[in-house]
Design a protein around this ligand. Structure first.
Ligand code: NAD
Ligand code: K
Ligand code: MN
Length: 361
């Protein structure tokens, strides 16, 4: 029996509600498996830690995570601490410290969920967005001079490196190649951003030669938003920069029904460090502490975590359990127009897993 060491970092806001729910579902899965078990260690880093210690996580925090097989994360963001402090002090520290350069964001319309797009069924919207997760617009390069004065100036430089773009482009082509349609859209803004994005386009052409069986095209990011709405079926795998993909993937989640169902993995494809899985949503201050958070994004993130561990059977079992629950509208949370609570949905998914186990036995 394999034992996987899993770090849980609920963080702030509804992260504290959905991560324990995710852990519950993982326990239910493991209790039905003779193949693996989980050993959890919880880290209560985030806004409360900041109030007590002046930092979002301890200086040696990465050391404590290094030996884990994977990390399940909630959200970093506290109503009383500036967002750039919470983001850079926790989530980005882990993503960058562990060189999780590939951020993968699958989007599909799950059974029972109505997206806002008319005439768009499950077969018309099945995307994976690959987000460059280590540099670009979020490289942290820039500064402010003459702060507070009329002549103040501030910059955030989008820094892209050849090595950084080559590795994310190769990752995206490989992922596209592994999917049935073998289709990749490279998102760009090389009409306006004439240095880094032009290099990005050149590298796309170069890497595409390694994947002759992948059909690919280029799309400007603004035009891509319209294409996602008007011609969703023409897209499959999408690769974009850190900022562009950040925005496109929230749009993607909304088109699939709710921000609350969308998962993501911050992945180190070379497996030098643990990868980190989380729902794409944030702390949701407006609903925190009320049992209204949709835990499906976290459950789907657990599916990605299991796939990353190589537990394909368990991942499939959980995904089918999630889909049976979303198909039942009485189990929709408020963001999907329903009245179910976080606990209702969690219990239903756990019951599905146990039921599936009984059927299989
Ligand atoms: P948000 O994702 O927290 O919320 C946006 C809207 O979606 C809110 O109306 C919220 O109620 C709703 N929503 C989000 N998740 C939901 C869920 N699971 N179930 C039901 N409804 C849900 O985005 P925001 O309001 O822009 O940010 C709030 C805080 O979270 C900020 O501090 C921000 O920096 C942080 N944040 C963190 C991460 C992260 O840690 N990865 C990501 C995004 C935002
Ligand atoms: K998150
Ligand atoms: Mn985002």
């Amino acid at each position: 029996m394999k034992t996987y060491a899993i770090a849980t970092i609920p963080g702030d806001g509804i992260g504290k509600e959905v991560v324990p729910a995710g852990q519950e579902v993982m326990q239910a899965l493991a209790s039905g498996s003779s193949q693996f078990r989980f050993e959890f260690e919880n880290f209560d880093w985030g806004g409360d830690w900041f109030r007590a210690h002046g930092v979002m996580m301890p200086e040696d925090g990465l050391q404590a995570l290094r030996g884990k097989d994977a990390i399940l994360f909630g959200s970093a963001g506290d109503p009383h601490i500036p967002d750039h402090v919470t983001l850079w002090g926790l989530r980005l520290k882990i993503c960058q410290g562990f060189d999780q350069y590939a951020n993968v964001r699958p989007t599909r319309i799950l059974p029972g969920i109505d997206g806002p797009l008319k005439r768009c069924g499950p077969d018309d919207l099945n995307w994976v967005i690959v987000r460059e997760n280590s540099e670009g617009e979020y490289a942290g390069v820039g500064g402010r001079v003459h702060q507070g004065h009329p002549i103040e100036a501030a910059t955030d430089v989008s820094m892209m490196t050849r090595a950084g773009v080559e590795r994310i482009m190769r990752f995206a082509f490989k992922l596209a190649q592994s999917r049935p349609r073998k289709l990749l859209t490279v998102v760009t803004k090389s009409n306006a951003q004439r240095h880094a994005m032009v290099m990005w386009d050149e590298i796309a052409v170069q890497i595409s030669k390694e994947f002759p069986d992948v059909t690919w095209d280029k799309e400007l990011v603004d035009a891509c938003t319209a294409r996602m709405v008007n011609r969703p079926a023409t897209l499959d795998t999408i690769v974009a920069t850190n900022l562009h993909a950040d925005i496109l993937s929230d749009l993607a989640a909304a088109l699939a029904g709710s921000l609350g169902i969308a998962p993501t993995g911050n992945i180190d494809p070379e497996r030098r460090y643990p990868s980190m899985f989380e729902p794409i949503h944030g702390s949701a201050f407006d609903i925190m502490g009320q049992g209204l958070a949709n835990p499906v994004g976290t459950f789907w993130s657990v599916v990605m975590l299991l796939e990353h561990l190589g537990e394909q059977e368990a991942a499939g079992r959980l995904m089918r359990g999630i889909e049976r629950v979303t198909a039942d509208r009485s189990l929709h949370t408020r963001d999907l127009g329903g009245t179910a609570t976080t606990a209702d949905v969690t219990r239903a998914v756990c019951d599905e897993l146990v039921g599936a186990r009984k059927l299989a036995a």
